[in-house]
Design a protein around this ligand. Sequence first.
Ligand code: HEC
Ligand code: HEC
Length: 226
Amino acid sequence: MKFLLALVLLMSINIVYSQQSDDTIPTVESGASVFWKRCVLCHGAQGMGEGEIPLKIKDYPNTNIMTANKAKTTEEIRDAIVYGGILSNISTYMPPMGNELTWTEIQSVTMFVDNLRKFPAKHFEMLKQYSTTLEDKKGLGRSTFQSRCVLCHGANGEGDGRMSRVIKSPPPFNLTKSQMPAAYLKLIVEKGGESLGRSGQMPPWGEQLSKEEINAVVTYILQLRK
Ligand code: HEC
Ligand code: HEC
């Protein structure tokens, strides 16, 4: 059964993979961007396995791709990306990305991984550029917070905004004391307090803010913690 499933999955990946002809040219630079968006969560911002997922999940397979020994040649790297752990001796925790990336993205990120191993310093630099874009998002988070949240939660998130004079039981949360994980914060910001059995005075923002603004404001309030 498991084998059949794998086969069906492989076939569907193959169809999409072969159909996706894209006439833009693969480059290491766009590979860095794909890596930043799609791989860092598990492989880490330096490819050394320091991604959020392996840091949180106990006994997660080693995701350091710098000392990688399972996919050595360019072809093997590409296969690992396209088929994940289905085909090879690589752990099935590596998801097949063949369906999710275009042909150009696959070629680009393959080149990037290959080059990252050969010339690490130069390619870490290329990734750094994206972490500064992330810094910019702090700007978006801050401005979203200031325009939508300060009124209740206060300028520093301490729950002492102007509305705290009228919203009392419970008062706007002191966000610097929050213990909740990012996923919960995102949920309450998106869906509001009531949907989570909390106070309806915490409004739902899912319709008024974009996903990007919500993610940014969540990142921002996490940084307000002491
Ligand atoms: C959900 C987590 C996850 C994501 C996302 C992910 N990987 Fe992986 N990757 C893994 C795991 C786990 C392994 C397997 C390690 C092992 O088998 O020892 C792996 C293995 C690999 C390998 C083989 C390493 C070796 O041993 O030679 C390569 C290459 C690779 N990943 C590249 C990528 C690229 C490029 C991306 C983004 C397009 C990506 N991975 C996205 C988890 C992930
Ligand atoms: C009209 C007032 C009001 C506004 C505006 C408001 N909040 Fe709230 N918020 C509350 C109240 C009241 C609570 C407490 C709910 C409870 O404890 O049941 C709360 C709780 C929260 C919590 C839960 C914290 C925790 O750890 O449990 C988060 C996160 C939060 N607000 C984020 C935001 C963000 C981000 C914005 C702006 C996008 C925002 N709030 C705007 C009133 C508001």
